[in-house]
Ligand binder design. Structure first.
Ligand code: ATP
Length: 359
């Protein structure tokens, strides 16, 4: 079920939380709305669900308008044929797992045998068959969240909206549940719209990420696109650590030379993708793209002094001083560096990403 939002506006008093938003979420995919607190992700989700009333625009689910200000359409949530999972996965503590999952069907007065069958099937999907008769209160946080996912799936929705469903879980469980949601989506083929402010969660879950900023989508694309080819500084910095500095470009095509604008130091030369004909650009290098080693082939050496080496387990984050300014470099955790050590950095021309040099 694809979801199309056209020119949607939502204001709270004088404040425009959603500002002329037009976006399409593809059918059968996991679309993640990512962004800082207050950028309008939840409001967008609630408008799609019918829990919030937009001031203008149109929302279609699989081409059927569920909201249209021009045509006076506003379907109530229960007519939009979707399921929802929220951050607070309130399970009914006095009911068993089975009782919790069957609740939406009982409310719809579905015949008893059908409820039994659907509940069994759904519990099998989320891996809770063996807990069916346990009191919901006796489950772990992750299991309770699975109950709330099952309660959403039991109605067989083709469209599932999830608002920060993993935020209340501890770090390990969160990672486990991400994988479960991905596998689940592949099994049932539903469309999932997922809201989070956690960029790692977004990247590991999404087929497509929609990065929100101030009520608009700043950039949409695959996780790789947004991480390696951000269209703006905001995107580059939101998706992870980034070395960003102004550069001057000289030469053409596969002989493009990139000089740091502040020192005229040559950083790389080769086949570098230029976004425009402009000779001034902002250069982005991800910390793990810098390699430690001497100049070789098409790689130019950049002398660097280690200022700080932070051990983070699987990696070590070096803060280094170079002729082009401070850089962050990520190396494997087992490599040791002492403060003041002199090293040489190189970068492959393909790992240089250029952005327009304006805010
Ligand atoms: P978070 O991750 O913190 O939930 P978000 O991106 O989901 O952030 P929204 O909840 O959509 O953000 O809120 C967008 C903006 O609209 C915020 O500035 C918020 O304060 C405001 N807002 C949301 N709901 C209301 C409301 N009912 N009344 C007034 N302002 C609201």
């Amino acid at each position: 079920m694809s979801v199309q939002v056209r020119q949607m506006v939502k204001s709270f008093g004088a404040f425009r939380a959603i500002d002329d938003l037009s976006v399409t979420f593809q059918s059968g995919k996991i679309s993640v709305m990512l962004g800082a607190s207050g950028c309008g992700k939840t409001t967008t989700l609630r408008c799609i669900a019918g829990l919030e009333n937009p001031n203008g625009g149109e929302i279609r689910i699989e081409d059927e308008p569920v909201f249209s200000s021009a045509r006076g359409i506003d379907l109530p949530p229960e007519k939009r044929r979707l399921g929802m999972v929220f951050q607070s996965y309130a399970v009914w503590p006095h009911l068993t797992v089975r009782g919790n999952v069957g609740m939406p069907l009982r409310a719809q007065k579905v015949p008893k045998e059908q409820i039994e069958r659907r509940v069994q099937e759904t519990l099998a999907i989320v891996g809770l068959s063996e807990q069916a008769d346990k009191s919901a209160m006796k489950l772990s946080g992750g299991q309770q969240q699975r109950v709330s996912i099952a309660r959403c799936l039991v109605g067989n929705p083709r469209l599932i909206l999830m608002d920060e469903p993993l935020s209340n879980l501890d770090a390990r469980l969160r990672v486990e549940m991400r994988n479960e949601i991905r596998q689940l989506q592949q099994r049932i083929g539903a469309t999932i719209l997922f809201v989070t402010h956690d960029q790692e969660e977004a990247m590991s879950l999404a087929d497509e990420i929609f990065l929100f900023n101030k009520g608009k989508v700043e950039q949409q694309g695959s996780p790789e696109d947004l991480y390696f080819r951000p269209a703006a500084r905001y995107v580059a910095e939101f998706l992870g650590k980034a070395n960003l500095f102004p550069v001057t470009l000289r030469g053409e095509a596969d002989q493009t030379a990139v000089y740091a604008a502040n020192s005229d130091h040559l950083i790389a030369k080769g086949d570098i993708v230029r976004q425009s004909r402009d000779d001034e650009a902002l250069c982005m290098i991800r910390p793990e793209s810098w390699q430690i080693g001497a100049a070789e082939g098409d790689r130019i050496g950049l002398p660097a002094t280690v200022l700080e080496a932070v051990f983070v387990g699987d990696r070590r984050e070096l803060h280094v001083d170079t002729p082009i300014g401070r850089q962050i470099v990520v190396t494997p955790g087992h490599q040791r560096f002492s403060t003041g050590a002199r090293i040489s950095l190189t970068i492959a021309p393909q790992q240089i990403h250029l952005l327009p040099d304006h805010p």
